[in-house]
Structures are given as structure tokens and as C-alpha cells.
Design a protein around this ligand. Structure first.
Ligand code: PLP
Length: 769
């Protein structure tokens, strides 16, 4: 385990994720430390040490009242906003239950862009307390503003309505006065909770001048530590304690108060309340910061789209998307450049998008590519200048990787040579480049990656020799349009899978003659292999000698969904046929070796490639087919049963079984890495991040050794080129967090590389001076 003091921020870190949490102000740290060291009493103790603690507690409460404008009502301290939200919801629902309001079809309303804590708590307590209300999302318009007509229509039946002042993903704020008017005009006594988390310190509040019943706040969104929050409760609002016990907080919330957190909060609120102090910047100043960042971003990404209307958004949040770049591309780049932002969508191979942008009706690509950049009301001009400089530097790396176009960069020297895998929603797009001739082709290009492919082609000046697909499902007719757009030729010169007309013939190992096209000094041969669908084919890439493509000369086979990693493509889709699959597998075996690398159309396990040898090990049935030990009929029966067990076929997800693979990879912990390298001179430290991440921060040595960049997307090419002769090398894979390095290490080990290690925690836990 790393010692706590060894976990440090990276050098020149630029933190632009203040909506997730802010740093803690020095004054807050001091207040908290002082309380822990000297004023550690329990506010409930009646001795002098306790009285002092109680004084800190109550003066913080008074200050809170001033800052949020709570002249009346209760102000209590909680562990954070999520607890405040629970308390408000439970209080409202229990009251509604006891009052047995005579509403025929009761509803619980919440804004569609609310933080997940709200709808999830509403649903949970609605169920737990057996309320039986319908939980309804209030739609928002394209700017993220709540639909007042919907509220007017449904609020008469509502037991509770939950809205927020400002959104955490976009900073969009609501017109509170109009909202109040609408709610109260149609239901004067509905319980109303307003999540004020993102508003504190940014919008002037006068809470008890409104009819808001509950208002939760969170300390860690405003420079206090995590674990402290505030809940305002209107005087007349019902209340049920969420935590019972010793009766602290006048019985509203039991448990010894978090005094260090409360003292820190006091320090922050004191600064906020002090008109002479300039820690918290004016609205105008924050708008200037936003303008500066927006200009830098627009220059860096000419294709940028901002996902919200700045005229109704807090200046501290900028949410944007860049066509052709996923959230993950930008997140990875920025993180490598030591800039911390957050993605609107989850950063995994499964793309989920942002529900906030979805609710605003933004196009899917915008939602899938969203990045949130947030600074805080106490951010300094220097921090914004540093951020802009860091963004400019980071984007240079993106331009030289051809992920975005640049007018100035000379890209001729860079560029990939060979095969890359781009993963989208577990689907594999395979892109092959012959660097010498600047020719390329792409197989099974996901529509979402078309822009990335086009940018690469334009940036490098590649000639596209083919845009191919291994099979088409009925549902995927959009694919045809995509090929048409990408191909410069007219549509009569290629078939439905993108295969061009003027081809040559090559013969395969079993003498079968198949059509082929040329790329550099290699060929792509097309081998029809029906089974998963009727039109399924495989593409074989290799060097043909005298029009012969021998098994040993094939580098890669793009097998589509015939064979997957740990499974066979399912046959219970339209045009699927187990008998054809059986024969296709036997045919494939005749024309390749057991070690030829197979590149499937799906990669559920992030293992990139496979071989017949590996698949025969993990799938005894495949071995029986290839060895002719099972009859076609017996296989059909087996396969039909096996397919029935699979989840429903869904184009993006399940073209075959997902399987599992759990080999153990040896690890080198971040604090042992330097010693590990010096102990063994034949260690190769492999940075498996993408080239734009590797280049984003000029620091490629470790323990005096230069790291080698083998991007995870090019691991299959690396395997192909280095299958033999690497026995003595010790490869230590490293990436940002340890996830990709583990995937790379697994892939290498699975492909018979020995002495493979990875660094759990990756660069995040590596202390580089
Ligand atoms: N509400 C909003 C708008 C938020 O942004 C957050 C935190 O991200 C929460 C509620 C939950 O706050 P806490 O982390 O204090 O539980």
C-alpha cells in the first residue's frame, strides 16, 4: 500500500471539476485543524470544552442563516446533500401518508435533469413507505428549463415536487420566482424541495422569503470538506428525523456533530459574507473567466458545440462536445495533460450518454461526447490562465495524432502503420493503414466513428482502398448510406458489403480462388463464411506470392461474428443458420493456421484478438467441429439450444455469448516500479495509452528509462509483429489507472508473451517528481 503522504497531486495539475467537488480553502483547513487540535469538545457536553464546541456549532448555524437568507425555519447540519434530500423526501412522504390527502392518482414530481439522488430517493421511499404514487419527471426544453405547463397540469395531484436551482452538468438555472408562482397557483400546500447544491456561493439566496419547504446544500461543493451539509426546513414544513438517537440538532438529526466540518464551513461562509474579501469573485469576473475558456476551447476545437445556453447558465460550468471525439477521447487527453474535467457520459467501452443532455433533446452524439468543465467562484485569474495554456498544449497532441485537423501540423512523419482497433459499445472497428503507400481500409466502421475515420484520412492524406463490412443485419441499413458517403466512387462500383468491383483473384491454402484487392504489398481477400447471417464474409489480410495467399502469410482475419472471443456467433438472428456456420468454421480452418490472428466484430472482454488454437481450448465444441468429431446435425441441435440461452439479440450487444476470461497478471506496484526497472535491465515499460495521451505531457521516462508507447488500440498489431523472439523481455504495462494496462497485459499473456506485468493504479498513483 502507498503511504498517504506519497499520494500527491500531479505536477502542474489544472483542476476544472469543481461541480464534482472543490478543493478545500486554506482558511477552511485551518479552521478544521484548529477544531480538531484545540476545540475538540463534544457540543453536547456541559463542561467548558463542550460549551466552546457548542459555540462553534451555533455561530456556524447563525452564519448559515445569514448567507442563505433563512430568517425563520430550521437550519440543520447533515453529512451532505444526499442526506438532506432523503430527509426532505421522507418527511414529505410520511406527512402525506398520515394526512391521507384525498388525491386519486397521486404523483411525485421531479425535474428531468435533477441529480440522481433525487429521483432515486423518490422511487426508493415511495416503495419503502408504500405510498403508491407515480413518480413523474418534469420535462425540460432544449435549454434545460422546466416545462411550466406540465407542472401546472400535474402539480394539483402532487404530494411533493423536487426541483433544483442550478444543474450540476450544465449550470443551467431555473427562474425560481416563476416556478414558485406556477407551483403555488395550482397547489398551495404541495411540499417543495429545491436542491441548492450548485447555487451556493454563486446565486444570492433569500430562502425564507420563498415558499420552499426544504433546501439541501453540500459543503464540498463550496470549498469545505466532504461529509458536511446543510438542510433548511421551512417553519411550517413537516419533519421526520432521518437519523434517531441522542437527540442532537434539537432532535432533528442525531449523532455527534461533525465539528471540524462545521468549523470549515464557517470559515468558507465567513469569507462569502465578507464584502471586503475578494476570495469569492464577482459574477462579472466569473463571466470573464468563462469567456476566456470558451475562446481557448473554440480555437482548440473548431468543431466544438456548447451544450447549453450561456444566458441561462451559471458562468462556472461549460459543457461541450466535439464532433468526431468521444468524451473518453477528450477525458483521456486532458487527464494525460494533467487537466481534470469530467465526462457527461460514462467513460467505458459501453457508451451511455448524459441523461441531462438527453432530457434537453440534444442529438445523441452530443450527449455521448459531452465534457463538463467547471471552475469555482473562488478560482483565480492565474488558474484560468494556466488552464488555457494547458488546453492549448494538450490539443497540439490531438492534432498530431490526427484526431482533429490542423492547418499547420505536418503529419507526414506520424501516423499509424498497421492495424488499429477502435471500440464503440463493444463493437470493433478495424482500421488498417499501409504507411509506405498511405493507403488504408476500414472494416465494420461504427457510424459513430465515421467522423474519426474521415478526420484521420483527411489529416494524413490517405487513399481509402475499401470501406468493408463483414455482415449486415437487417436492422443496419444505415450502413449502406455510410459506405456511399465515404466512397468517392459511384455506388455501382461496390457491393452491399462495400466490396469493390475491379478485383483480382488469389488462391488460398486449399486452392480455393477468392477475390482480392491490393493494399501496399499485401492483399485483402474476401472469403464468404455464412452462418451468423447469410451474407457474412471474412477478410484475410496478408502477403500473396504468385497470386497465392498461403495460410502462414496471413496476418489477420477479420472474422465478423463467425468466431468471437470465447464464443461462436449466434445463429438465431434473421438469416442465421447453424448448418452454414458449421461448414464455414471448417472452411476457415482449411485456409489459415491455428495461430493466425482473428479479429472479431465484437470484443466484450477487451481481449482484442484470438486464434483458432485459443478458441479450441476454450470452446471444446469448436475443436470437435474442426476435427470432424461432431456431425453437422448434432452441432445444429447443440447450437440452437445454446443460442436460446443467450439474452435477446440486440445489434449492439449480443451477437454471441459474452463469456469470461480471468487470467491472473503479475503486478508491479507504483512505488516499486523504479526498483523493478533497475533490478532488471531487460524491462520494457510499455505505456499503453493512446499516442495523444502519451504526447500530451512531455515526460516519457521512468527510472531513467524511456517508456515505449504501444497504444492499446494497436496491441493486435504489436502481437502480430512480435509474436516470436521476445522471450527475454519483461514487459511492464502502464496506463492512467491500471485498467487498460491490465487489458493489454492479459492480451499479451493470452498470446503467449511471457514475463508480463502491469501497474495497478497506473500513472494516477505513480509519484513522479
Ligand atoms: N445535488 C446536486 C445538484 C449535486 O451536484 C450533488 C453532488 O454532485 C448532490 C446533490 C449530492 O451531494 P452530496 O455529494 O453532498 O451528497
Amino acid at each position: 500500500m502507498l503511504a498517504l503522504r506519497d499520494i500527491q497531486p500531479q505536477k502542474n495539475e489544472v483542476y476544472l471539476d469543481n461541480n464534482a467537488t472543490t478543493p478545500v480553502l486554506p482558511q477552511a483547513i485551518e479552521a478544521s485543524t484548529h477544531t480538531m487540535q484545540l476545540c475538540y469538545g463534544n457540543p453536547s457536553s456541559s463542561h467548558i470544552t463542550g460549551i466552546k464546541a457548542k459555540y462553534i456549532l451555533e455561530t456556524t448555524r447563525d452564519l448559515t442563516r445569514q448567507v442563505i437568507g433563512a430568517k425563520t425555519g430550521q437550519v440543520m447540519f447533515t453529512s451532505g446533500a444526499t442526506e438532506g434530500i432523503q430527509t426532505a423526501i421522507i418527511s414529505s412522504l410520511i406527512a402525506a401518508k398520515h394526512q391521507q390527502k384525498s388525491i386519486e392518482n397521486p404523483v411525485l414530481l421531479y425535474g428531468a435533469t435533477e441529480h440522481k439522488a433525487v429521483p432515486e430517493s423518490l422511487k426508493h421511499w415511495n416503495k419503502m413507505l408504500d405510498i403508491g404514487a407515480q413518480v413523474l419527471a418534469i420535462p425540460v426544453d432544449e435549454r434545460g428549463i422546466l416545462d411550466m405547463t406540465f407542472i401546472a397540469e400535474h402539480v394539483p395531484n402532487a404530494l411533493m415536487i423536487c426541483t433544483m436551482i442550478a444543474n450540476n452538468e450544465t449550470g443551467v438555472y431555473q427562474d425560481l420566482a416563476l416556478l414558485e408562482q406556477t407551483i403555488r397557483q395550482h397547489n398551495s400546500d404541495v411540499y417543495w424541495m429545491v436542491d441548492c447544491v450548485q447555487a451556493l456561493g454563486k446565486i444570492q439566496l433569500s430562502i425564507s422569503d420563498t415558499s420552499i419547504d426544504y433546501a439541501p446544500f453540500s459543503g464540498h461543493k463550496l470549498y469545505a470538506p466532504k461529509g458536511i451539509g446543510i438542510l433548511y426546513v421551512r417553519e411550517s414544513a413537516p419533519f421526520t428525523p432521518f437519523i434517531a438517537g441522542g437527540g442532537q440538532e434539537s432532535g432533528l438529526r442525531s449523532g455527534t456533530e461533525n465539528l471540524p466540518g462545521i468549523a470549515a464551513l464557517q470559515a468558507v461562509l465567513a469569507l462569502l459574507n465578507d464584502e471586503q474579501d475578494d476570495t469569492f469573485k464577482s459574477h462579472e469576473q466569473l463571466e470573464k473567466y468563462r469567456e476566456q475558456l470558451v475562446q481557448t476551447l473554440t480555437k482548440a476545437f473548431p468543431a466544438i458545440v456548447f451544450n447549453h445556453d450561456f444566458t441561462c447558465s451559471l458562468p462556472t460550468t461549460i459543457n461541450f462536445s466535439v464532433k468526431g471525439l468521444s468524451s473518453k477521447d477528450i477525458m483521456d487527453l486532458f487527464d494525460a495533460a494533467h487537466i481534470r474535467v469530467s465526462a457527461g457520459s460514462a467513460c467505458s467501452s459501453k457508451v451511455t450518454g448524459s441523461f441531462v443532455l438527453d432530457a434537453m433533446g440534444k442529438p445523441k452524439w452530443q450527449s455521448n461526447s459531452a465534457i463538463r468543465m467547471s471552475f469555482g467562484p473562488a478560482t483565480s485569474q492565474q488558474e484560468i490562465d494556466d488552464a488555457c495554456h494547458a488546453i492549448e498544449q494538450a490539443v497540439k497532441a490531438l492534432k498530431s495524432s490526427c484526431l482533429i485537423l490542423s492547418d499547420t501540423a505536418d503529419n507526414s512523419a506520424i501516423g499509424v502503420d498497421g492495424l488499429q482497433q477502435w471500440l464503440y459499445d463493444n463493437g470493433c472497428t478495424w482500421c488498417y493503414v499501409d504507411k509506405a503507400t498511405k493507403q488504408c481500409f476500414v472494416i465494420d466502421l461504427a457510424p459513430e466513428l465515421v467522423a474519426k475515420f474521415e478526420t484521420l484520412v483527411e489529416c494524413q492524406g490517405y487513399e481509402v482502398v475499401a470501406v468493408l463490412t463483414t455482415h449486415i443485419h437487417q436492422a443496419n441499413e444505415a450502413h449502406q448510406n455510410m459506405i456511399q458517403t465515404l466512397w468517392q466512387n459511384d455506388s455501382s462500383s461496390y457491393d452491399v458489403l462495400g466490396w469493390p468491383q475491379n478485383t483480382r483473384l488469389v488462391s488460398l491454402e486449399n486452392e480455393l480462388a477468392v477475390e482480392a484487392i491490393t493494399i501496399g504489398n499485401k492483399v485483402i481477400a474476401r472469403l464468404p463464411l455464412p452462418g451468423h447471417t447469410e451474407n457474412s464474409v471474412a477478410y484475410l489480410l496478408g502477403r500473396a506470392d504468385n497470386q497465392q495467399l498461403k495460410a502462414v502469410d496471413i496476418e489477420f482475419v477479420f472474422v465478423g461474428d463467425l468466431i468471437q472471443i470465447n464464443g461462436l456467433g449466434r445463429c438465431d438472428v434473421q438469416d442465421g443458420d447453424a448448418s452454414s456456420l458449421y461448414r464455414s468454421l471448417q472452411l476457415l480452418n482449411q485456409v489459415i493456421t491455428e495461430q493466425t490472428l482473428l479479429c472479431p466484430a465484437h470484443d466484450y472482454l477487451q481481449l482484442f484478438n484470438t486464434t483458432l488454437a485459443l478458441e479450441m481450448q476454450s470452446q471444446p465444441m469448436l475443436k470437435q467441429i474442426i476435427d470432424g468429431e461432431i456431425s453437422e446435425q448434432a452441432f445444429i441441435e447443440y447450437k440452437n439450444k445454446a443460442d436460446e440461452q443467450l439474452p435477446p439479440a440486440d445489434y449492439h450487444q449480443y451477437c454471441g455469448p459474452v463469456g469470461s476470461f480471468n487470467n491472473i497478471i503479475e503486478t508491479v506496484h507504483p512505488n516499486q516500479l523504479v526498483k523493478f526497472i533497475s533490478d532488471s535491465p531487460n524491462t520494457v515499460v510499455v505505456d499503453v495509452r493512446e499516442p495523444h495521451e502519451y504526447d500530451a505531457y512531455p515526460d516519457s521516462t521512468i527510472g531513467g528509462k524511456t517508456m515505449v508507447n504501444i497504444p492499446l488500440s494497436q496491441i493486435t498489431q504489436f502481437v502480430q509483429r512480435n509474436k516470436s523472439g521476445q522471450a527475454d523481455n519483461r514487459y511492464v504495462c502502464i496506463c492512467r489507472s491500471g485498467k487498460r494496462s491490465e487489458a493489454a497485459a492479459k492480451t499479451l499473456q493470452r498470446n503467449n508473451f511471457t514475463h508480463i506485468y502491469h501497474v495497478p493504479g497506473g500513472f494516477a498513483l505513480l509519484n513522479k517528481s
